[in-house]
Design a binder for this molecule. Structure first.
Ligand SMILES: Cc1ncc(COP(=O)(O)O)c(C=O)c1O
Length: 364
């Protein structure tokens, strides 16, 4: 078999982060966001440890149906909504809550005959993100159309924050104020906050909050670490050293020879690459923790391998453990080095990596 990477999924950390979200939510109910295969952790795997959330939120109908097929009976919100009559039928039969964000969906719903009182809807209003959502000026018309539809059992209102991860951006307050200024008398419940709203903007707390990234132990903010926010990493991406090369001064390492050894030095080769989801753009210097010591990556990331400068770990040998991110090495740091965000790295871990569940009280 040889050495191959593993993604350890720490369920105790996930539950800890959910508790952290609950404390910050101050009584608001929690949609735990598990879209994109649970931010790359495995949607069913993470859902199994999020039973204390009030519901699960996904982007697409097929994600919601996978949850239902797995016998998950919790409330499920499909944030991208339905686009065909058949999808509305399926959603109502599976007791899914559905966001509705544009006129084409509204029209489609009005042309679809569903059982009376079978659909809980979330009208999405655009308060400044300019991605999904009805304009505030359209809400009265949308509410009237939906109130006249016998299939609608419940009407709720939601919006999404565009830049809450920048605590100093006044746009978040403006979005919250605009949301609050709407007539709420038609709605059973409201929802604004993502993780950054929940942790950084009390004005965005309402009946429901929708944290995603914080549940996976990643800070939404640039200026505070996950540890500062009381979060624990859920995924640790781990692999092993598969070769140690004794390079000479002037040797060039890897494709394109982009790194030149400044001295005679050991270079350790680790079984992880962009074919596993490690970012190809991670430059020389990106940290990798080998046997507990931070070593800098050298040369280009290959499909299945990376190399590290092992001068500070002279005893390095084949089989030594390497942590690419997670425990002791925040994914945010690797993302920063590679010019991306933790979300993308977590979502990008490939299925050829072996996923290993670590239950509460268990060790990897
Ligand atoms: C509508 C909506 N709500 C909530 C979230 C969760 O956001 P975050 O992962 O930043 O907490 C997302 C994620 O992109 C989203 O699209």
């Amino acid at each position: 078999m040889g050495y191959a990477p593993q993604a350890w999924i720490d369920h105790a950390a996930l539950q800890h982060n959910l508790k952290r979200a609950k404390r910050a939510a101050k009584g608001s109910r929690i949609w735990a966001v598990v879209k994109a295969d649970g931010y790359g952790h495995g949607m069913l795997r993470v859902a199994s440890s999020l039973g204390d959330a009030d519901g699960l939120a996904v982007a697409r109908l097929d994600e919601a149906l996978q949850l239902r097929e797995a016998k998950i009976q919790a409330p499920i919100l499909v944030m991208g909504g339905c686009h065909t009559g058949e999808q509305f039928h399926i959603a109502s039969e599976a007791a899914l809550q559905i966001a509705i964000h544009d006129s084409a969906q509204l029209r489609c719903l009005s042309e679809t005959r569903l059982n009376p009182q079978s659909l809980k809807l979330w009208i999405k209003v655009d308060t400044g993100m300019h991605r999904l959502g009805f304009a505030t000026s359209e809400i009265t018309r949308v509410v009237a159309a939906l109130q006249a539809n016998p299939a609608v059992a419940e009407l709720n209102l939601m919006t999404h924050l565009a830049n809450a991860d920048d605590r100093s951006d006044p746009a978040t307050k403006t979005q919250c104020k605009l949301f609050e200024s709407l007539d709420h008398s038609h709605f059973d419940a409201c929802s604004i906050a993502n993780s950054a709203g929940l942790l950084g903007h009390p004005a965005s707390l309402s009946d429901w909050v929708r944290p995603g990234i914080m549940l996976y132990g990643v800070t939404p903010f640039a200026e505070s670490s996950a540890e500062d926010e009381g979060l624990l990493p859920v995924m640790t991406l781990q692999s092993r050293v598969i070769a140690v090369k004794q390079c000479r001064k002037g040797d060039r390492v890897g494709y394109g020879g982009t790194y030149t050894c400044p001295a005679a030095m050991p270079v350790a080769v680790i079984a992880i690459g962009y074919g596993d989801g490690y970012p190809r753009h991670a430059p020389s210097g990106t940290p990798v923790v080998v046997s507990g010591r931070r070593l800098p990556l050298v040369g280009r990331v290959s499909m299945d391998m990376i190399s590290v400068d092992a001068r500070t770990l002279p005893g390095v040998k084949v089989g030594d453990e390497a942590i690419l991110w997670g425990r002791g090495l925040p994914v945010e740091e690797i993302a920063g080095a590679a010019g991306t965000i933790g979300y993308e790295l977590l979502c990008g871990v490939k299925r050829r990596v072996e996923f290993v569940d670590i239950g509460p009280g268990e060790e990897a």
